[in-house]
Design a protein around this ligand. Structure first.
Ligand SMILES: Nc1ncnc2c1ncn2[C@@H]1O[C@H](COP(=O)(O)OP(=O)(O)O)[C@@H](O)[C@H]1O
Ligand SMILES: [Mg+2]
Length: 314
């Protein structure tokens, strides 16, 4: 698979001493949607800033489109679009002027047909003469995307595109991003919303404290780490898990009132074991009054990964 972006050993220590990136390796495939998932302060914006020339790395190399970004920064940057985390524009300017202006900033000649196409694709054409300040938050974000697309980038970064956006607008944004991918744009988005990575991404990278913990196909990640959880609410509290049930991954919660299963591997094993376990409990005369089951989410996986790392480090 062809890499459109190849990052090796990327380091960033800010002047105050914060180590925001600690040897990041990342290869992005042409045409994919890659979600970089991590909590606040993980280093997502710093990583994007390094690729887009806003942050000067303190170590490592970056190649985009086969070009060494350090040596061919301008050429590479022209082929990259960035929708930054913070909204930033001249609030009194009009939508269409902002998009034209962005295009000019990248040294592209005026092209009204192109500008129209971008505005139409984001349902902004009717608003083209509106001042930015007159638009809703969701519309403002679309203008940010329109600006980032003004020079026809092949690689687009969206830094927390839906942070603080309500659910409906978020879905709308997801559709827009999907449409961009259909046009052949490679997309890297950062998010701390698990559903966003789950919904949008072909692959997911998990970043924490400046380190990439894992990169995998979204489905493979779910299968590898997917787990099932079941809570049996017991008719009578237990002091400990009976040895007759030691074959199952069980523990007690809520003062022995709840028998909890955590197991499975994403192949459906968890569900089978829970069904078996329910029969086994009945057979052994252990009554339960309720049963809750759920599949783990990327959020659980993320918490697990961070714990694993901490344990390894300890
Ligand atoms: N300009 C800066 N100067 C000093 N420290 C910074 C600067 N920008 C970010 N940091 C620090 O670097 C770390 C990573 O920040 P950031 O890349 O913004 O993370 P994220 O986007 O994942 O929330 C944080 O500890 C943050 O406080
Ligand atoms: Mg950020």
């Amino acid at each position: 698979m062809e890499s459109i972006l190849d990052i090796r050993g990327l380091e960033k220590t800010y002047s105050g001493g914060v180590q925001a990136l600690r040897g990041v390796d990342l290869a992005i495939r042409k045409g994919e949607i890659f979600a970089l998932l991590g909590p606040n302060g993980a280093g997502k914006t710093t990583l994007i800033g390094a690729v887009c020339g806003l942050v000067r790395p303190t170590g490592g190399t970056m190649h985009a489109f086969g070009l060494d970004i350090a040596k061919h920064w301008k050429t590479a940057r022209r082929r990259i679009g960035l929708v930054p985390q913070e909204l930033s524009f001249d609030m009194f300017d009009t939508v269409i002027r902002q998009v034209r202006y962005s295009r000019g900033m990248f040294g592209c000649p005026p092209d009204e047909a192109k500008v129209e196409e971008i505005l139409r694709s984001l349902s902004l054409w009717d608003k083209r003469d509106a001042q930015i300040r007159q638009l809703s938050g969701g519309m403002k974000r679309r203008v940010m995307i329109a600006k980032a697309l003004s020079h026809d980038p092949e690689l687009l970064f969206l830094d927390e595109p839906t942070a603080g956006v309500d659910v409906e607008l978020r879905r709308d944004m997801w559709r827009q991003i999907d449409a961009l991918r259909a046009r052949g744009v490679t997309i890297i988005l950062t998010t701390h919303y698990i559903e966003e990575a789950e919904e949008m991404a072909d692959r997911v990278g998990v970043i924490n404290a400046g380190e990439i913990l894992l990169v995998d196909d979204k489905d493979a990640m779910m299968a590898q780490l997917g787990r099932t959880e079941a809570h049996f609410e017991l008719a009578e509290a237990m002091a400990e898990v009976p040895t007759s049930l030691s074959a199952y991954p069980l523990h007690l919660e809520k003062d022995g009132q709840s028998l909890v299963y955590r197991g499975g591997d994403g192949t459906g094993k968890g569900k089978r074991e829970i069904a078996e376990l329910a029969q086994e409990l009945t057979r052994q005369g252990i009554g339960f009054t309720g049963l809750d089951t759920r599949e783990s989410t990327l959020e659980d996986i993320f918490v697990d990964l961070v714990h694993q790392r901490e344990e390894e480090a300890a």
